[in-house]
Design a protein around this ligand. Structure first.
Ligand SMILES: NCc1[nH]cc(CCC(=O)O)c1CC(=O)O
Length: 312
């Protein structure tokens, strides 16, 4: 098989945020190690995406799926890059025709972290305190537990949000522990939250690598760094999400865990204002993960009823 080389490097497409760059470097380093190649056999190509360019408006106003991926997928389809590295949490359950997203790196910490210079847990927040988050899921989960809190929109990358916290815009925020770990931000005042208290987003902490269908050489490269357990967990979680038809306007949480040959999937849907949360669990053989995901989603949908996600 022809391997990439400094003369003909494999082009790795990514967003330019520090977290996205860290994920691209991790992908490059794993590929280099797997095939004993120098770093120069890979080229990191930074691609500007709509979601990063518009910083001053809530994401749900800009709307549309693929706000963080469209331009990258266009460049992948056009052959300007060979692979694209993504946070799986941000990826729709279906990819554009001709693209495959079936390679996953070993999953990082799946938990949300409570971030505050003053408090170390949600329960410590004083009555009516202001918390910043742009995640509908975290907002709904927080209000479900603490309806008294004042949740404000908090956009931007990790660094931006930490600055807003330091400026006193809010008493606390939430960040994915995976993001903090990948950025080596051990100095951030963050406390990981048990998934039993705040169920994470589907695929949180997982990096996925997208390629062109029919690009056999790239498929062989990626097979060497794919993490099977992560793939099994995401198959269940993403089937759950796909059946719920989760758009970014729907608070959905879910997490699959493996124990021997058994997979346990927990899922949750919430009313956007946090007034109601519906949860469920499925356990079964790992190979049935996708089926369990669809089945659990059906159960939650029928419990929720048609008006559950309405909030306008
Ligand atoms: N929606 C933004 C996003 N997409 C992935 C991560 C973190 C890393 C991960 O979950 O893999 C984040 C930031 C955050 O939620 O704090």
């Amino acid at each position: 098989m022809t391997l990439p080389s400094p003369d003909r490097p494999l082009k790795i497409g990514t967003r330019g945020s520090p977290l996205a760059m860290a994920q691209a470097y991790e992908t490059r380093d794993r590929l280099a190690a797997a095939f004993d190649l120098p770093q120069e056999a890979f080229e990191i190509v930074v691609i500007k995406v709509t979601g990063d360019l518009i910083q001053d408006r809530p994401l749900k106003e800009i709307g549309g799926k693929g706000l963080f991926t469209r331009e990258i997928e266009q460049d992948l389809s056009a052959g300007k890059i060979d692979i694209a590295v993504h946070s799986m949490k941000d990826m729709p359950t279906e990819q554009p025709p001709g693209l495959l997203l079936d390679t996953y790196l070993p999953r990082e910490d799946v938990r949300d972290a409570f971030v505050s210079p003053t408090y170390s847990a949600i329960a410590e927040l004083p009555q009516g305190a202001t918390v910043g988050t742009s995640s509908l899921r975290r907002r709904a989960q927080l209000l479900h537990r603490r309806p008294d809190l004042n949740v404000v929109e908090f956009r931007g990358n990790v660094q931006t949000r930490l600055r807003k916290l330091a400026d006193g815009v809010a008493k606390a925020t939430f960040l994915a522990a995976a993001g903090l770990n990948r950025l080596n931000m051990a100095d951030v005042p963050a406390t990981p939250i048990d998934p039993a208290d705040m169920l994470p987003a589907i695929a949180q902490g997982a990096i996925g690598i997208e390629r062109r269908e029919g690009d056999a050489a790239t498929a062989r490269l990626l097979a060497a760094i794919h993490d099977t357990p992560t793939g099994q967990r995401l198959a269940a979680e993403r089937a759950f999400l796909a059946t719920l038809d989760g758009s970014c306007e729907t608070p959905i949480a879910g997490l699959a865990l493996l124990d021997g040959d058994t997979l346990t999937l927990r899922g949750e849907v919430l009313r956007p204002d946090g007034s109601e949360a519906i949860k469920g669990t499925r356990t079964g053989p790992i190979a049935d993960g996708a089926h369990m995901g669809r089945d659990l989603a059906q159960e939650l949908l029928s419990k929720a009823g048609p008006d559950f996600f309405d909030w306008h």
